[in-house]
Design a protein around this ligand. Structure first.
Ligand code: NDP
Length: 279
């Protein structure tokens, strides 16, 4: 039977350290979530992040802006948050409405408050192997693999997906751990041939139950980043029932990568508060 990579369990162990670190800070870190429009999933994610802040005794606030907010107004709001010394972290919940230039908005965030790690300066630091804030989901995957003592160095790691928020930073973080990394995407000609060679397979493609038993090597470690609401409940990008019997370890959905994403956000907020205190 495969080992279940339970993000919930890993997150609890990280939170106990975070609580200790909070107690050593002179001020309680504060994060502001910028929520544009009324997308249901975005609201749910922001609520979950805010609740975790409350649980840990961290401060959080949600700045709600209408769907038709202008790009200039949004940039002005971010600039105000940048200047506010009581705000240590800023997270613009994605996706933004199509008419807003996402890259411009993310680049407006003070890089020292960029707890999602998506500002070009932070993305560049990650590329250079000197991350300040790593994007939360891929950072959570690495934390989870380490918690379960899964060797990464020298392994063939395959990342399915190349988004800015998951796939690309995931590949860089695995590379930093000395894995041999391959990234596949929708234009890859023979997906199965590549995924079947993976010792560690991280799937972030946004396609429910897409990865089946014939995509994986026997004994592989499979991390499922995908999350989809279906009439049968939450499912990932991996067909868990089909894949689990074949592999040595697998993350479930829910309870796998999801809790790690919020956990790494809290860790990044603490880092942000510490960096600003030093400054
Ligand atoms: P995106 O839609 O931005 O990216 C999906 C990637 O998958 C793209 O690079 C795309 O390729 C690739 N892809 C799509 N179809 C195929 C295919 N048939 N074969 C190979 N590659 C394919 O998604 P995200 O990275 O933002 O998210 C991925 C999943 O992870 C989603 O389900 C999302 O909800 C979930 N998620 C979960 C989080 C968590 O906390 N657990 C956090 C963030 C995301 P191409 O670039 O060529 O289009």
């Amino acid at each position: 039977m495969a080992t279940l990579l339970e993000g919930k369990k890993v997150a609890e162990s990280v939170y106990s350290k975070i609580l200790l670190d909070i107690s050593l800070l002179p001020t309680i870190p504060k994060i502001v979530f910028v929520l544009v429009g009324d997308d249901g999933a975005s609201k749910t994610y922001v609520n979950a992040k805010g609740k975790k802040c409350t649980d840990l005794g961290l401060q959080s606030e949600t700045l709600r802006l209408p769907n038709d907010v202008s790009e200039e107004d949004l940039l002005r709001k971010i600039s105000e948050l940048n200047k506010n010394k009581n705000v240590h972290g800023i997270l613009v919940q994605l996706p933004l409405p199509k008419k807003i230039n996402k890259a411009r908005v993310l680049a407006e965030i003070d890089p020292l408050k960029d707890v999602d790690g998506l500002h070009p300066e932070n993305a560049g630091r990650l590329l250079q192997g000197e991350p300040r804030f790593s994007p939360c989901t891929p950072a959570g995957v690495i934390e989870m693999l380490k918690f379960y003592n899964i060797p990464i160095e020298g392994k063939n790691a395959v990342v399915v997906g190349r988004s800015e928020i998951v796939g690309k930073p995931m590949a860089l973080l695995l590379l930093m751990q000395n894995a041999t990394v391959t990234v596949v995407h929708s234009k890859t000609s023979d997906l199965k041939a590549v995924t079947k060679a993976a010792d560690i397979l991280v799937v972030a493609m946004g396609k429910p139950n897409f990865i089946g038993a014939d995509h994986v090597k026997a004994g592989a470690v499979v991390v499922d980043v995908g999350i989809h609401r279906t009439p049968d409940g939450l499912v990932g990008d991996v067909d868990f029932k089909a894949v689990e019997p074949k592999v040595s370890a697998i993350s479930p959905v829910p309870g796998g990568v999801g809790p790690m994403t919020i956990c790494m956000l809290m860790k990044n907020l603490l880092t942000a508060a510490t960096l600003q205190q030093k400054k």
